[in-house]
Design a protein around this ligand. Structure first.
Ligand code: AMP
Ligand code: MG
Length: 578
């Protein structure tokens, strides 16, 4: 047995990068519930919504739209338009995320009040709120699309939490804004359930994401042509209250460069540096460069997480890329079931597959190039931007390798052996339809402690993984042998690492989730909710709070996608209609 040596890895990376990243996310969360960054005890939660503290610096510090009419139009020289949410017929709470409420200082009693439902569907404003829609543009499917903006999202303002943190509250589906183009400004229950559940599921998986406070029904019906086949139907209207430190997107910067409005661009960049990246120091050309480098890093980290858990965003347009590296705008996203890098849940992208699972790292870099072009007028030098983009690739590759080593339960990625070990595995997973989540979770069951002599046969090795394969007939004798060969190689590699099985299992189970929001599960929750039964939304929210834990009474949610869901709309294919 050979022990791990740092020089084996080429020496330029840290052993536990990945673990540090995941742990620090959870620590931030735990700490914020009790103590603030200075170790002081946090204030008490608000007794009513009127007791919340707002401080709306986005509208205070940045130029706003001078036209007040809420009509679709081009908005010039402004970062936002002040706009009121529309009133709705009958606000009704469907669900709320208790950790988000707690983080904001809103008690369970307040969340369950009629006032909460009224405020978070947009029917009522409380003191201190200053609602607005953001102006941004974006590249959609590789082409510049001009002004997009919050067509149906309305920020209510920034709340200062009891622990002194700042969170922007934003209602999605709260009525039309000047950015709506020819759409209605609304959202339906179907897409709102998906956004609400998935943003919370991602958070608990340790993936950087916007959060969701609440999901409410408006009591109104909304026309949607879900299949774009000219047969619209009425669906229940809904609103999600999203929560994030900032909702600024790459497209917020692009719009000002595209319109040749460098003064507004500079105001927004300076604002972002001061408020969202204060650790980088005061705005200056050098700090603009450091800021762009940091955005590249945050983006790389986010994409590695997506690749770890099998998440496919589905619409990685530059208007859907957060400047903080948060997963944002849950539309036709999906989770890989059988491991297939070419898979995309988005029917609009079925031809080109621009946003398929395997393309996500490269597309993120393409999007960063658009951001670099947008901020170039402030920096006026290509080389530092180019270097940052190259460093994105290096960082992504380094973290991806580290992440794959963690998924396999290795102490560290050893290029000499693991480059081919990982590549060969990912090839193998595509030969027969293999469920990614189940495969990696079950791989921890393999034993390396008791490496039998002579070595285990194919059947013994494959046995713990059988539940990951979709179609028994695809496991031909040849593939069976190849899989057995790979597993033997893997066991030998584990043996050289020398970790005890229990230790390795523990590490693997901390990065390979047992429960993810499988596409069909979200759809079942939607089907029930459309019939007035919200129980599955609540059950899934609870389940996905602990995605890495064994939850023996919930095993039915940790199995392969059932056959009926293979080609059912909403389960494997989604349109952008929402
Ligand atoms: P998305 O594909 O959801 O990221 O949306 C792209 C753009 O379309 C954004 O500017 C959205 O605000 C806008 N949009 C999407 N759906 C609607 C809607 N129902 N009403 C108004 N604007 C919308
Ligand atoms: Mg969007």
């Amino acid at each position: 047995m050979r022990s791990y040596r740092k020089e084996d890895t080429g020496g330029d990376w840290k052993l536990k990068d990945w673990e540090v990243m995941i742990t620090s996310l959870f620590m931030t969360q735990l700490k914020s519930a009790v103590l603030n960054d200075n170790g002081q005890r946090c204030r008490q939660a608000a007794a009513t919504l009127d007791d919340l503290t707002f401080d709306n610096r986005f509208v205070r510090e940045l130029p706003g739209d001078t036209v007040t009419a809420n009509q679709p139009r081009q908005v010039r020289s402004a970062c936002y338009s002040a706009v009121q949410p529309a009133s709705v017929a009958a606000p009704e709470l469907v669900a709320y995320a208790r950790e988000v409420a707690e983080m904001l200082g809103i008690t369970a009693d307040v969340c369950e009040s009629d006032e909460f439902a009224a405020v978070f569907t947009g029917n009522k404003l409380v003191a201190g709120m200053a609602p607005y829609a953001m102006c941004y543009g974006g590249h959609q499917f590789g082409n510049w699309a001009g002004q997009l903006g919050d067509g149906r999202a309305i920020a209510l303002g920034d709340i200062i939490s009891p622990c002194g943190e700042r969170w922007t509250l934003q209602l999605k589906g709260a009525g039309p804004t000047p950015y709506r183009r020819n759409a209605d400004g609304l959202a339906v229950l179907r897409s709102s359930v998906r956004e609400f559940l998935c943003s919370e599921a991602m958070f608990h998986l340790g993936v950087p994401t916007t959060r969701a406070l609440s999901l409410t029904l408006t009591g109104e019906q909304v026309w949607r042509d879900m299949f774009y086949d000219g047969r619209p139907k009425l669906e229940p209207g809904a609103v999600v209250c999203r929560v994030a430190p900032s909702f600024t997107r790459f497209g917020n910067f692009e719009i000002f460069t595209a319109r040749n409005e460098p003064d507004v661009l500079k105001q927004l960049v300076d604002y972002t540096l001061r408020n969202d990246f204060p650790q980088l120091g005061a705005p200056s050309t050098d700090n603009y460069i450091r800021w762009f480098e940091r955005v590249c890093e945050l983006t790389a980290d986010m994409i590695v997480h997506w690749m770890r858990v099998g998440f496919v965003h589905g619409v990685m347009n530059t208007d859907n890329m957060s400047i903080l590296g948060l997963t944002i705008d849950y539309g036709p996203y999906g989770w890989l079931e059988n491991y297939d890098p070419k898979w995309t849940p988005n029917t609009t992208d079925a031809q080109g597959r621009r946003y398929c699972f395997g393309n996500q790292p490269a597309i993120a870099q393409w999007n960063l190039v658009q951001l670099a072009n947008a901020v170039y007028p402030l920096i006026k030098r290509v080389e530092p931007l180019q270097e940052a983009l190259e460093r994105y690739v290096a960082r992504y590759n380094r973290l991806w390798r580290s992440m794959m080593a963690q998924k396999l339960g290795l102490k560290a990625f050893d290029a000499a052996t693991d480059e081919s070990l990982v590549t060969d595995l990912l090839e193998l997973l595509q030969q027969a339809e293999t469920d990614m989540t189940i495969f990696f979770r079950r791989l921890a069951h393999l034993s390396a402690d008791a490496a039998p002599e002579p070595e285990a046969n194919d059947e013994q090795l494959i046995e713990p993984l059988k539940s990951a394969y979709y179609i028994p007939g695809q496991m031909t004798p040849g593939l069976h042998r190849q899989t057995g060969d790979w597993l033997r190689r893997y066991v030998r590699r584990l043996d050289s690492d020398g970790l005890a099985d229990t230790d390795r299992r523990h590490r693997m189970n901390a990065v390979n989730p047992k429960y993810v929001l499988r596409n069909y599960m979200a759809q079942q929750a939607i089907d029930k909710a459309e019939n007035g039964d919200f129980s599955l939304i609540h059950e899934l929210l609870e389940l996905l709070r602990r995605p890495y834990d064994e939850q023996p009474d919930k095993d039915r949610f940790a199995v392969k996608r059932p056959d009926w869901a293979r080609n059912r709309p909403g389960c494997s294919m989604l349109s952008c209609s929402s």
